[in-house]
Design a protein around this ligand. Structure first.
Ligand code: PLP
Length: 395
């Protein structure tokens, strides 16, 4: 392949996606208005109109009813923190009777914006439990049943994993929770689900759903919490009446409008985008497996996202591969963005039974679905060359 794009190819869409042209066009409409949607004057009201337009777009995409609120935050990290800390704040500051002995239950492969908050629950009166991964799936149903009890206050299970791409059967897991923990509220971190799956909030049956815009071609700086009106929800930030008093601080109007456009595009073309992702993934995979005999395609026995590939390239160091491909103008990652720099590599892969050598030689490619076949040919060639050069000889 002599073709080499003059631009950088981002195959790290699960970390962040390039902003789409339709988002860039839409945000021009609000570029010049005074963007404080709480102001009473005309510009403020225009800003408010756009904010509510974005909210309506989220509502339609996820099939939300009048029983659900949509709260804009700064990103999914904040959204997840707010959901998981809400019971703590309710306990500390709420009018209701303190909830003693509450238990939080989370999956083994949750994002740190969930698992790091869970660790804070360890201080009395709260505690948390981790649902072990099964042999062939990231959430063992048996382990989930065992973790649940009348004290379970909140269960947080991701819709799909950012590193492995594994899709979790949330609607089924919700049924297990409802049957075994009658007082529990259920959250799903849907950051990797929205856009890559056809998400219907009513079908999932959860109480809280979170996601963010920059994984979908929107701007960095806005996240969402969908929360059922019947579920308790406390603000993390105080100091203003924005977002129905559930999240103080002036909304990031431009990013919110970008998110509204992303949702609109997904309503119109989401199915087509997912087909393109699937096609691109299998096209690339066929080339790579033909070229590299000992390449291991991880999690191929499970349901995985149409855009995510976890690949183990034996006898290589994933960091070398990431750097070599970067020099070739292609961005991939060794695990997720949040696991980069960790001395022992991805803890998610470790929790799924990968040994140190396997963790060291595993990379993630995540597609936006907008790559052309010429670009994918270039990726396959560059990946093959880099993998062959990076591999230590067999001894
Ligand atoms: C599954 C998952 N949850 C949460 C986050 C955090 O999202 P944000 O970057 O919007 O804070 C990410 C980002 O990688 C993610 O993949």
């Amino acid at each position: 392949v002599s073709y080499r794009p003059s631009y950088y190819l981002n195959l790290d869409a699960n970390a962040s996606c390039r902003v789409t042209d339709s988002v860039l066009t839409k945000i021009k409409e609000v570029e010049r208005i005074f963007p404080n949607a709480s102001a009473v004057h005309q510009d403020g009201q225009r800003a408010k109109y756009y904010l509510e337009w974005s909210r309506a777009s989220v509502r339609e995409l996820l099939n939300l009813s009048k029983d659900e609120r949509i709260v804009f935050t700064s990103g999914a990290t904040e959204s997840n923190n707010q959901v998981l800390l809400s019971p703590v704040f309710e306990h500390l500051f709420g009018d209701s009777k303190p909830i003693e002995d509450s238990v939080l239950v989370i999956g083994a492969t949750e994002h740190p914006s969930v698992s790091d908050v869970a660790r804070r629950w360890i201080n009395k009166p709260f505690s948390y439990k981790i649902v072990a991964a099964g042999k062939d799936k990231g959430v063992s149903e048996e382990s989930l049943r065992e973790a649940l009890s009348p004290d379970t206050r909140l269960v947080s299970l991701m819709t799909a994993n950012n590193e492995t791409g594994e899709i979790f059967p949330i609607a089924e897991l919700v049924k297990i929770v409802r049957n075994n923990a009658h007082q529990a509220y259920i959250h799903t971190d849907c950051v990797q689900g929205v856009g890559k799956l056809d998400i219907d909030f009513q079908h999932l049956g959860v109480d809280y759903l979170t996601f963010s815009s920059h994984k979908l071609g929107g701007l960095i700086g806005v996240g969402v919490v969908v929360v059922k009106k019947s579920a308790p929800f406390e603000p993390l930030l105080l100091g203003g009446g924005q977002e129905g008093r559930l999240r103080a601080g002036t909304e990031n109007l431009v990013a919110c409008v970008g998110l509204g456009q992303v949702c609109l595009d997904l309503i119109r073309n989401g199915g087509e985008l997912r087909e393109q992702m699937s096609y691109a993934k299998s096209y690339l995979l066929t080339k790579l497996t033909n070229n590299l005999q000992d390449l291991r395609v991880n999690f191929s026995d499970r349901a995985t996202l149409a855009n995510t590939l976890s690949l183990t390239v034996p006898r290589t160091n994933s960091q070398d591969l990431v750097v070599a491909l970067d020099l070739a103008g292609i961005g991939i990652s060794a695990g997720s963005a949040c696991s980069s720099g960790k001395p022992h590599g991805s803890s998610i892969l470790q929790s799924l039974g990968f040994n140190a050598e396997e963790v060291r030689s595993t990379v993630r490619l995540s597609l936006s679905g907008r790559e052309s076949l010429t670009e994918l040919d270039y990726v396959a060639k560059a990946f093959t060359d880099c993998a062959l050069r990076a591999a230590r000889p067999c001894v």
